[in-house]
Design a protein around this ligand. Structure first.
Ligand SMILES: Cc1cn([C@H]2C[C@H](O)[C@@H](COP(=O)(O)OP(=O)(O)O[C@H]3O[C@H](C)C(=O)[C@H](O)[C@H]3O)O2)c(=O)[nH]c1=O
Length: 187
């Protein structure tokens, strides 16, 4: 899944190798050297986890601005989500475009989202747990967002997406058109 595989380092779906036996399974969820080869030499400084109890919960579209811009390696530990990245690099030909992929505990896949992209998801099952590694510390003052239902981005959310589940913060996120240039391909 790429915005443009020609020359832009966009989001990338990562398939994990799962070793199953009659006890269950074992999987390496992160191996730095492999990640560096696949995605680049990004180092993670913080792990996050969220539980969404209701199907149709939408969280996002979020990002942190420089100097706390975050790359995110997103996994779904329980349940499943439709996970979305939005290109916010002002000089990108894909500015404002989005890409989405279903992440699930069963599929055992991940989504790498580089800095410069907004991130959001919609849960597809109750009691969905999302875990993600980030490349910069949380900075409340730099934690911004864009409206999940912005018509200029026009994300095709799953039918279960339910606006009633939005946090007060996400109900008030600005439109893409209101955002200043925040990121660049040159970052
Ligand atoms: C992100 C974050 C939040 N918090 C505190 C701040 C709030 O008091 C509380 C809930 O935060 P928020 O409502 O922003 O949580 P989400 O709506 O799940 O936001 C996250 O979900 C979307 C999809 C993302 O990609 C972001 O990483 C992140 O913004 O946790 C922290 O203490 N540290 C953190 O790193």
């Amino acid at each position: 899944m790429k915005f443009n595989s020609l020359d832009l380092a966009g989001p990338m779906e990562i398939e994990l190798s799962r070793f199953s036996d009659d006890r269950g399974y074992f999987v390496e969820t992160f191996r730095e050297m492999k990640f560096f080869e696949e995605a680049g030499e990004y180092r993670f400084v913080q792990d996050n986890q969220s539980l969404s109890t209701r199907c149709g919960t939408v969280r996002g579209i979020h990002f942190q601005t420089h100097p706390f811009a975050q790359g995110k390696l997103v996994s779904c530990l329980a349940g499943s989500v439709f996970d979305v990245a939005v290109d916010l690099r002002a000089d990108s030909p894909n500015y404002g475009k989005w890409a989405g992929v279903t992440l699930s505990a069963v599929k055992g896949n991940q989504l790498w989202i580089p800095p410069g992209f907004g991130h959001g998801f919609c849960t597809l099952e109750p009691d969905t747990v999302v875990s993600y590694k980030v490349t910069a510390y949380y900075s409340k003052a730099d934690d911004l967002g864009v409206a999940w239902d912005d018509p200029d981005i026009a994300i095709t959310w799953p039918a279960v997406a339910d606006a009633t589940s939005l946090s007060p913060k996400d109900r008030a996120q600005p439109a893409l058109a209101a955002l200043p240039p925040l990121f660049s391909l040159k970052d």
